[in-house]
Design a protein. Structure first.
Length: 418
């Protein structure tokens, strides 16, 4: 991008942004919750819409001068509903966590029980981890995988817990789970105990939009929560989708005025642009290639002796046991890979006995590299880089690997960066 004004006003921040541009261009991004937005989305994010306050919803704002804002937000809503076959969409949440929390308040009274996936088995902090403030407001109970070899969820145990604990919400969703959930089984459990069926699809929204993963609405879910970045390839933000307008109205009140104030209108415009991009036929090709690439990356890693949790993937991500595979913890593996220009994140594995800052695992995924145009052959090459680098540790081999990483990365431009 052209930062000529920023360069005149603040040399330091200008130079740091250019430094980050270089890092992105010269490296390989494997953090499965990150992606690259298009130049069009980036332009919308940096528009004059930043100057306008728009508390409220289209047609019911608290400030004047929102005629254009109403049109922009209404268009974003319409596109989101079409993209995910939803009856109602709220595009105002600033991020995924606020979307989740507002939904809990919209559907439950404080103290209510929510059944969500255990963090170490692939769940998310906002699904009730004790370190979060929301866990002090609602009572969370958890379900796990029956087998870390296959990734199968223990649905019988999940049903037993639901009957015993009577949750108000049965929450399907994850941040580090490589398999597809059985939404029909979860919907049946929710129905049996009189709970809402809610899916947090933040990681796989792009896969669902592109037809490469199942849409929970097709299996009778009441609410879908998501971020708008990650595999959906939009700006950073959140969104709430509902199966009925009535549920949507309840949750709208929980978002505003219940939880947050003025929406970030430039981000809502950027969401609208991203939704339009996701409605195009080429996005379906992209979404399917994410999964094809993930399977190719997983297979090559396993061929090289890397232990993957669930022994593969059905979606965009995989989780590797670094201790079992390389004899180092996930934090050490992440640091080594940073040295060669490969970015991923340390991550806990099922029932991990190690602390969160030095867990046993690493998490990696394919949305960003797929955006750059890489396919199966490049995935196998990336897998080889990972294994070579971690096994080399900190010896003279790392500079050679970094050079090879840069050569591969520079063959595939980053969207939106000149």
């Amino acid at each position: 991008m052209d930062y000529r004004y920023l360069g005149k006003v603040d040399h330091l921040i200008h130079d740091l942004i250019k430094e980050e541009e270089r890092r992105q261009k010269h490296g390989l991004e494997l953090i499965c919750s990150e992606n690259y937005v298009s130049a069009a989305v980036m332009e919308a994010m940096s528009s004059v819409l930043n100057n306008k306050y728009s508390e409220g919803y289209p047609g019911a704002r608290y400030y004047g001068g929102n005629e254009v804002m109403d049109k922009i937000e209404s268009e974003a809503i319409a596109r989101a509903k079409t993209l995910f076959r939803a009856a109602h969409a709220n595009v105002q949440p600033h991020a995924g966590a606020p979307a989740n929390i507002a939904t809990y308040f919209g559907l439950c009274e404080p103290g209510a029980t929510i059944l969500g996936m255990d963090l170490s088995h692939g769940g998310h902090l906002t699904h009730g981890h004790p370190v979060t403030h929301i866990a002090k407001v609602f009572r969370f109970v958890r379900y796990k995988m029956k087998s870390v070899e296959t990734g199968e969820i223990d649905y019988d145990e999940m049903r037993r817990v639901a009957i015993a604990e009577k949750p108000k919400i049965v929450l399907a969703g994850f941040s580090a789970y490589p398999r597809e959930l059985n939404y029909k089984a979860m919907r049946a459990i929710a129905t049996e105990v009189g709970a809402y069926a809610v899916a947090d699809m933040a990681h796989i929204a792009g896969l669902i939009a592109g037809g490469a993963a199942r849409n929970p609405f097709d299996d009778g879910f009441d609410v879908i929560l998501t971020t708008t970045h990650k595999s959906l390839r939009g700006p950073r933000g959140g969104m709430i989708l509902t199966a009925t307008p009535e549920l949507g109205k309840k949750i709208d009140k929980a978002v505003f005025p219940g939880f947050q104030g003025g929406p970030i209108m430039q981000m809502i415009a950027a969401k609208a642009v991203a939704f339009r991009e996701a409605l195009q036929p080429e996005f379906k090709v992209y979404a399917r290639q994410i999964v094809v690439n993930a399977k190719a990356l997983a297979e090559r890693l396993m061929e090289q002796g890397v232990k993957l949790i669930t022994n593969g993937t059905d979606n965009h991500l995989m989780l590797a046991d670094a201790v079992a595979s390389f004899g180092c913890h996930g934090g050490e593996a992440q640091t080594i890979l940073d040295e060669v220009g490969i970015t991923l994140n340390k991550n806990m594995i099922a029932d991990d006995k190690r602390p969160a800052m030095s867990p046993s695992g690493i998490r990696l995924g394919t949305p960003a590299l797929t955006t750059r145009g890489m396919k199966e052959a490049e995935m196998r090459q990336v897998a080889d880089f990972i294994v070579r680098a971690i096994r080399a540790g900190s010896n003279d081999e790392l500079p050679r690997i970094r050079k090879e990483v840069e050569e591969l990365a520079l063959r595939f431009p980053v969207p939106g960066i000149a």
